[in-house]
Design a binder for this molecule. Structure first.
Ligand code: GAL
Length: 946
């Protein structure tokens, strides 16, 4: 049997014209479940005759459909970002082309034979040849796109046999070089659908909304015999193709996703439809929906499940949508392919703006300056257009989709221009997006990825050469790379999106870490990334760059994003507070405002805050509520929560908050200095025992401790190690990971101990002078650390502070300061001042690739306690940053997976003055100047109590 189709750049063949994805009341049969399966290492070794019923597949195994065979023990997943995992020699693919043969028997009754039927495949990666009952149906390519085949005359009453031969590699693989795992097989649904004669072949509902009049206009492209009913609008059996207008409808928006339930019907078929009235336009250089500018608070979503790869179950898709809504996200780019259709139905229902992106990326040609890139090569032209048609036709009925995207990172060329032209003709109602059209020759929006804030500002001001870049709406289809600890610097982007009307927001890269769940031999779970499956060519943990961990636990980055994206802003004015409504469409009537007053984190008063109606874009200044007098540090916190249950969160869910300082802290009173005691092997000063030769603290309240000692290093983050001039490289070259501590002088006085040191890297001449001045009161030990740079410093610092190890039993933490989650200089909007508790284990953020994490900011005091109630209290004068873990920074940095981290018998504390910001240099701009930590003269003052 010839397999020349595998290396043919043309699209597949034999399938039906693409049409909308829908379910009707006609019969259907889900062909999911266990199929017989055999994986052959290449095409020649795959068996002959598999399409015939008599073929013996008893030696094969079972494989579930939908699924990827690599996640069921056949072959292995492989991860590459830009590189093709095979030689670039288009359209040829490796001879070692794993080929999976699938066979599925199913039984039909005679009724199936009375009408036409189609077989629908929602996704096969990457290329498949299909037979039914020994007859070839055709070939499909385009992994994340549907194909339907006419099968009516081939069906039999009784047993039928469906056979699918899937090739891991095909010419189409050149068009599917997205940054993700290479995973093969029938990974979306397979369905047999009856197509009743006189039924509904296809339909396209156009439901427009005129925001000036409130009118809704409806027309349906379909067969003239189709009738439309929308009981809510008192429409019954209306000839569907005849346009109709309604004097007043509720529009659909991501904020208020109003859907009207309707029905399309012929005498033989009925389809339940959900209609959302909305009109997308470009006016004044802005994408508008229903006449209002859209602010894309977006994320890029790949389809990923840690056990199932891109075969994402429906409840997982629903979890994604609910998590997005819960975190104030209002937009999704379906990077970089059309998702399972169920996801789009959820976007309609819950309310998310969608950029639906075509399954098309050829990034690997970029390495050769795009030589032989398919995007400009006529032999690929039909494949390009075929992909776009199949996406647009499948998804055209979703009100949530407001932009079409031609694909990702495929450079530019005539094939893209052709896709755009076809789409514009077919659907004038949705603008076209493609970041790769740098000149904006055939797109309707100017889109960029990872542009620096300074550049976004220039674009917003119109200070750019290309007139298209000055006129078109601007968005960041990717920004703020969420790899590892980060992203830092979100606030600065939001300010630009709010300052410049044409800068309409963007989409964080990306929604979820694509880690694959694995277990160590002793049963501990971890998440695998590139290289963990023995790939010869891979891109390591670059696939771990999401706001969710692989198991969908929100990362601190997502918590920060929820605060940045909050659609209500609550801030202090000189004598009161301001509430701003940043929704695009709605008032705040769905929210309840509530205040609490807390002194040192303990609530002393609370109440409702009445907020008058505020339309979108409006703000109001309110006086402070009546507050009782307080002593001690006191904050007023205002919460805006959902007033009633929604499909995605219960009443009471927090949407936005703001904090105002009310009463400042009162400095602690000193109880009277104690004197130093000289013992033969120890200096004693109050709670502290010191080594007389080194001046270091050895015990605190009778507990053995190590340190405190100046610490400049952190377990470098993905962003520290980033792509352009990485900070981590500069830090390592400066030897900051191996500084030495020279004790210059020890001065025991009557009531104080002064230890002068110089901290510096080997082989280099610069350093840091660090003076430790210890004093004690009857109930406390005090340290003042004075730091001053010595010599010419070549770089910034990862951190500036102290490390101190205490016994492992002190493993519960209560602190008054920023929290509850981790925060860093440029990612700290979500931290609120309050009283927080956590165990040391809970303070860890389990980044899939271990790295610095867990910092708590602005800590006024922290108490570390043991299970039997012993407490070590550390107070900042006025504050410090706290990190506490069971392993050292060095062990954290050496770990490659979370399971490499083994607890020691100590708690390792970092008590910092500051840390360098996070930035997004793993793919994008580094740390902004205001968040960079430079060596400087500084002092840290701490009080220890036991
Ligand atoms: C972009 C690309 C994404 C992803 C990201 C880095 O260039 O479009 O698919 O690779 O970089 O994580």
């Amino acid at each position: 049997m010839s397999s020349s189709y595998v290396e043919d750049p043309a699209p597949g063949h034999g399938s039906l014209r693409p049409r909308a994805y829908f379910r009707s009341d006609a019969r259907s049969l889900d062909l999911g479940g266990d199929w017989r399966f055999l994986l052959s290492p290449n095409i020649p070794s795959a068996p002959e005759g598999i399409e015939y019923p008599e073929f013996d597949d008893s030696g094969w195994t079972d494989l579930p459909v939908p699924a990827h065979w690599q996640l069921h023990g056949h072959g292995k997943p492989a991860y590459t970002n830009v590189n093709y995992p095979f030689p670039v020699d288009p359209p040829r693919v490796p001879s070692d082309n794993p080929t999976g043969d699938y066979r599925r028997r199913f039984t039909l009754d005679g009724d199936w034979l009375t009408q036409p039927a189609v077989l629908r495949f929602d996704g096969i990666d990457s290329c498949a040849r299909i037979w039914l009952n020994g007859n070839e149906l055709g070939v499909t390519k385009g992994s994340r796109l549907p194909s339907e085949f006419e099968v009516g005359p081939l069906l039999r009453a009784g047993e039928n046999l469906l056979v699918v031969r899937v090739h891991q590699w095909s010419a189409a693989s050149y068009l599917e070089d997205q940054d993700m795992w290479w995973l093969s097989g029938i990974f979306r649904a397979v369905t047999l659908l009856a197509r009743p004669a006189g039924g509904i072949p296809d339909y396209w509902i156009h439901a427009d909304y005129d925001h000036r009049t409130g009118r809704g206009t409806l027309s349906v492209d379909t067969d003239p015999a189709v009738r439309l009913s929308i009981p809510e609008l008192d429409l019954h059996d209306h000839p569907a193709t005849q346009p109709i207008s309604f004097a007043a409808v509720d529009p659909w928006s991501a904020e208020e996703p109003r859907l009207y339930q309707g029905e399309l019907a012929t005498d033989t078929e009925r389809v339940q439809v959900r209609i959302g009235f909305r009109t997308v336009s470009i006016e004044d250089g802005q994408v508008k929906v229903n006449g209002r500018r859209v602010f894309f608070r977006g994320v890029n979503r790949h389809e990923h499940h840690p056990d199932h790869g891109r075969a994402v179950p429906l409840d997982t898709a629903r979890a994604d949508v609910e998590l997005m809504k819960q975190h104030n996200i209002n937009a999704v780019r379906t990077s970089h392919y059309p998702p399972d259709p169920a996801f789009l139905a959820l976007c309609d229902e819950y309310g998310l703006w969608v950029i639906d992106e075509c399954d098309l990326e050829t990034h690997g040609f970029g390495k050769f300056d795009w030589d032989r890139n398919p995007g400009d090569d006529p032999q690929w032209s039909d494949a390009y257009l075929d992909r776009m048609r199949r996406m647009v036709e499948r998804d055209k009925n979703h009100p949530s989709i407001i932009l079409w995207s031609l694909g990702n990172e495929g450079h530019t060329g005539a094939n893209f221009a052709r896709m755009a032209q076809w789409t514009r003709d077919r659907d004038p109602g949705r603008p076209i997006h493609y970041e790769g059209d740098l000149d904006c020759a055939y797109v309707d929006v100017y889109s960029r990825m990872y542009a620096h804030t300074q550049e976004v500002d220039r674009i917003g001001r119109g200070e750019v050469d290309n007139p298209r870049h000055r006129e078109l709406p601007f968005l960041l289809c990717e920004y703020a790379h969420a790899m590892g600890n980060g992203p830092g610097g979100l606030l600065e982007y939001r300010e630009l999106f709010e300052r410049h009307p044409r800068c309409q927001g963007g989409f964080i890269w990306e929604w979820i870490d694509h880690g694959i769940r694995r277990h160590t031999p002793d049963g501990r779970e971890y998440f695998a990334y590139g290289g963990d499956f023995g790939e010869t060519i891979h891109d390591g943990n670059f696939v771990i760059d999401g706001l969710l961990f692989p198991d969908r636990t929100p990362s601190p980055g997502l918590t920060e994003l929820a605060k940045i994206y909050e659609p209500v802003r609550i801030t202090a004015t000189t004598d009161g507070l301001r509430i701003e409504n940043h929704h695009d469409h709605t008032t705040l009537s769905h929210l309840t405002f509530h205040w609490t007053l807390e002194t040192e984190g303990t609530q002393v008063a609370q109440g409702e805050l009445p907020v008058p109606t505020l339309h979108s874009g409006q703000s109001i200044d309110l006086p402070l509520p009546e507050l009782p007098a307080t002593q001690g540090e006191t904050w007023l916190t205002i919460h805006a929560t959902l007033a009633t249950d929604t499909p995605w969160a219960k009443a009471g869910h927090l949407i936005a908050w703001g904090q105002l300082p009310i009463t400042p802290a009162t400095p602690p009173v000193r109880t009277g200095a104690v004197r130093i005691l000289h013992a033969p092997t120890e200096l004693r000063l109050g709670l502290g025992g010191f080594d007389p030769h080194t001046g270091t603290l050895t015990s605190l309240g009778g507990h053995r401790v190590t340190g405190p000692r100046v610490d400049l290093w952190r377990a470098t983050t993905d962003n520290d190690r980033g792509e352009h001039h990485p900070d981590a490289t500069a830090w390592r070259e400066a030897g900051l990971h191996r500084v030495q501590h020279r004790v210059a002088q020890i001065h025991p006085g009557d009531t104080e101990l002064l230890v002068r040191t110089r901290v510096a890297p080997p082989g280099l001449a610069f350093g840091l002078l660090a003076d430790y001045l210890w004093t004690a009161d009857t109930d406390s030990l005090r340290l003042r650390l004075d730091l001053a740079p010595d010599g010419e410093w070549p770089c910034t610092l990862p951190r500036l502070g102290l490390r101190l190890a205490i016994p492992g039993a002190f493993d519960r933490v209560r602190w008054f300061g920023g929290g509850p989650g981790e925060a860093y200089a440029d990612s700290r909007q979500a931290a609120r001042i309050g009283l927080h508790t956590a165990t040391v284990d809970e303070l860890q953020t389990p980044y899939v690739f271990p790295q610095e994490n867990g910092n708590r900011i602005d800590v006024r005091w922290a108490e570390l306690s043991t299970v039997d109630g012993q407490v070590l209290r550390i107070e900042g004068l006025p504050t410090f940053d706290l990190t506490a873990r069971r392993w050292t920074t060095e062990a954290l940095e050496a770990a490659r997976h979370t399971t490499d981290l083994t607890p020691t018998d100590q708690i390792h504390l970092n008590l910092d003055l500051a840390q360098h910001g996070l930035g997004t240099n793993s793919c994008g701009p580094g740390v902004l100047p205001q968040y960079r930590l430079h060596p400087r003269k500084a002092a840290l003052e701490l009080v220890f109590r036991i």
